[in-house]
Design a protein around this ligand. Structure first.
Ligand code: MLT
Length: 261
């Protein structure tokens, strides 16, 4: 594990291979991608940072914005000298990937956007996030994270795991209140990247769980429709966490896409 400017960054595979920067969802950490590395690290250099304030990265002091999350990822790419990385982001990680591609600070090879959306928060969602910030300030983050993660997995995945589900979420529920609040603020301050999609010239693969209630297939199919030359893949038996819930189909599709670009 590397510490880069206060960020924990795990790497798998050989640095000379095509890099993929894996950007995790909220309020998780990079371990959500652990089912990708065994299949991908043979041919790709897999780089998995924890966003500031989450996982093993240093605690932020609640002043994060989407721009500061993107700045952090640009720094990671520069520090590790990643050449034309593929960005693979899920949900919040997808917001970061989209803005990073729109800013165009560094050349990219392709985007893999999983269970995410391009539009900014509606007023309703903004108010929901500010209520969450208030709650976390008064009672800490653990119960909030537990409830949140319960809602993002496919029911039968949770049932099948049984008591092991607690092992899966063990690290995530330890995320510190300041870091979770920082990530909520980052999502709140993100801009709409729909306009960028319409002119995007990168190869883009959209992946969505068939039963994702947070960023449903209809939302992602619309993103595909407006992005020139992009493709869409729906993961069966998956909700918002397709890379974990049905990692076999997910990994197969990613490898297939990367072999063609
Ligand atoms: C995520 O999975 O990262 C979150 O659901 C994104 C969000 O709350 O907008």
């Amino acid at each position: 594990m590397n510490m880069i400017n206060g960020l924990s960054v795990r790497t798998f595979g050989k640095p000379e291979n095509q890099p993929i920067l894996f950007l995790h969802g909220f309020p998780l950490d990079s371990t959500m991608w652990d089912r990708q590395f065994p299949d991908l690290a043979g041919d790709f250099y897999c780089v998995a940072p924890d966003f500031r304030g989450l996982g093993e990265s240093v605690i932020s002091h609640g002043s994060d914005t989407m721009e500061s999350f993107v700045d952090d990822m640009v720094d990671v790419v520069k520090y590790l000298r990643l050449k034309n990385p593929v960005l693979c982001g899920l949900s919040m990680g997808g917001y970061v990937a989209l803005r990073m591609a729109e800013r165009n600070d560094i050349p990219l090879k392709a985007l893999i956007l999983c269970d995410t959306r391009a539009n900014a928060d509606t007023d309703e969602i903004k108010l929901k996030r500010t209520t969450a910030i208030k709650r976390i300030k008064s009672e800490g983050a653990e119960d909030y994270i537990r409830e949140f993660v319960q809602g993002i997995f496919y029911e039968s995945f949770v049932d099948d795991l049984g008591p092991q589900f607690n092992d899966l979420v063990r690290n995530w529920v330890k995320n510190q209140p300041e870091g979770v609040i920082g990530a909520l603020q980052a999502m709140l301050t993100r801009t709409d990247t729909t306009g960028f999609l319409k002119q995007c010239t990168l190869p883009v693969l959209y992946i969505c769980g068939a039963f994702d209630p947070v960023t449903p297939p209809a939302v992602m199919k619309e993103m595909m429709r407006i992005t020139p030359g992009s493709e869409y893949f729906e993961v069966k038996e998956a909700s918002h966490m397709a890379p974990l819930e049905n990692y076999q189909d997910f990994n197969k599709k990613v490898i297939d896409f990367l072999s063609r670009i």
